[in-house]
Write a protein that binds this ligand. Structure first.
Ligand code: P5A
Length: 441
């Protein structure tokens, strides 16, 4: 993408209600635009990152055997009356009446709708277990939307719903999501720690929140430092290996990790003092096993091999896709701007042409652009006539993993400058070597 033809409304001034780094940086880089309290437009740069995250989530869900679909944002109130949550959900639910006076709502979550779909089609144990997911906008009329997209009212969630014949089978579905989440967040370049959590309005008796540690986090969390060092299962993890699934979960649950609601001071104090971590955390995911909470009142039943009718056991699994954008920035920035991890960066590399009106400089910069483009690295090419200082500052602020600077002096000696945003390391290299290095990531 040529910067001169792109739409990045970079701004110096941010409103005073932007108090945390990610909110400020997302506004300064023109990633989002607030349209109302907790409601945002995703401008081109922000939208690119959102799509990258969505794609990582999709690949990891698919790898774990979940099946993608799409449900609408608007729902019928009657379904929620069946489960009993229409009254329970309270003021966070945005209620709407259509022209025929039918009660509707903008979905804050989809347990009822998916249970309705399930019960309409699945009648036999043979179709189980199954896990269906979508990535769809949700609306929760949060009393205090804040921190930009981090606690929005409209936000993008990945929500998966599993259906199984028994509690044991449902536990396997839960473990699959547990392992898939670890890989998902790992690929985004963040360390999300699963912690025992309160199921809240979703319900059930087994629940883990996935949190990243950050001073700006809204939740108080407690954990054993050792849990931070357990590696993610990795790309070759076998989701059909039941022992491996159990092991992945216990590798972490052997260490203390809990949110404030589930915190047990005595258990925490039993950890060696130098391993006790009391910190703040951002909740990027939350998984639930709720048994028959929805299937009971909504009569989601299947026939067993023996011909008996049984109520299915369910779970639901959420990732705050839009919140992840903010969480990644909270975890990865410095005083100059964002530092995008490679997998989620809006562009793979930035090219700065120091003198776009000098033919020799333009030729090398154009070549860098064409080669990175052809190699699929999706470069952002700053060929604007702005002064050098602001160009560097803008590229730092946007925070692409690599910067290639093409200047008159280097061009004379056959080199460009390659900079790694994360480390600040710079090297003068031939264009070919610089491109090879960028392609190596
Ligand atoms: C799980 C999937 C659920 O809604 N039902 C379907 C279950 N869980 S949850 O914890 O309430 O939400 C899942 C994730 O969504 C993100 N999230 C938000 N992101 C931005 N703004 C909000 N107001 C907001 N509320 C929830 C969180 O990451 C949460 O873990």
């Amino acid at each position: 993408m040529r910067l001169s033809r792109y739409f990045i409304p970079v701004s110096k001034d941010v409103p005073s209600d932007a108090t945390i780094a990610s909110h400020k940086l997302m506004l300064r880089t023109g990633m989002v635009r607030q349209n109302g309290a907790g409601i945002y437009s995703w401008l081109p740069l922000g939208f690119r990152v959102l799509k990258k995250i969505e794609q990582i989530v999709r690949e990891e869900m698919d790898r774990a055997g979940a099946i993608e679909m799409l449900m609408p944002t608007l729902q019928q109130a009657d379904l929620w009356r069946e489960s009993g949550r229409y009254d329970d959900y309270g003021e966070e639910m945005l209620r709407i009446t259509d022209r025929h006076d039918r009660d509707m709502l903008y979905g804050p979550t989809n347990e009822e709708m998916i249970t309705d779909i399930f019960r309409s089609f699945v009648k036999s144990y043979k179709a189980l277990p199954v896990n269906l997911y979508h990535q769809q906008w949700k609306f929760r009329d949060e009393i205090r939307p804040r921190f930009g997209i981090m606690r929005g009212r409209e936000f993008l969630m990945k929500d998966a719903y599993s259906f199984a014949l028994s509690e044991d089978a449902a536990r396997v579905s839960y473990q699959k999501m547990f392992a898939a989440y670890l890989n998902t967040f790992d690929r985004m370049g963040i360390t999300a720690i699963p912690m025992q959590a309160d199921p809240g309005p979703i319900g059930g008796d087994l629940s883990h929140e996935f949190l990243i540690l950050a001073d700006s986090g809204e939740s108080e969390v407690y954990c054993d430092k050792a849990v931070l060092d357990v590696p993610a299962p990795g790309a070759d993890f076998d989701f059909d290996d039941l022992n491996a699934l159990e092991a992945e979960m216990s590798k972490r649950t052997q260490y203390y990790a809990a949110t404030e609601e589930k915190h047990d001071e005595a258990a925490f104090n039993a950890i060696p003092a130098d391993r006790q971590v009391k910190a703040r955390g951002i909740e990027v995911g939350h998984i639930f096993y709720f048994g028959t909470k929805y299937s009971d009142p909504m009569k989601a039943e299947v026939q067993t091999k023996e011909g008996d009718l049984v109520t299915i056991h369910g779970g639901s699994y959420g990732v705050g896709v839009s919140r992840c954008v903010g969480a990644i920035i909270e975890a990865s920035h410095d005083e100059n701007g964002i530092i995008w991890p490679d997998e989620v960066a809006p562009f793979g590399a930035g090219i700065i042409s120091m003198k776009p009106d000098a033919n020799d400089v333009a030729a090398v910069a154009d070549e860098a652009y064409a080669k990175l483009l052809a190699a699929g690295k999706d470069p952002l090419y700053d060929e604007t006539s702005d002064r050098a200082g602001p160009k560097f500052a803008r590229m730092e602020l946007i925070g692409l993993p690599w910067q290639i600077t093409v200047g008159p002096r280097g061009v004379k000696s056959g080199t460009v400058e390659l900079k790694r945003r994360a480390t600040g390391e710079r090297e003068d290299l031939s264009l070919e070597s610089a491109i090879n290095k960028v392609m190596g990531t």
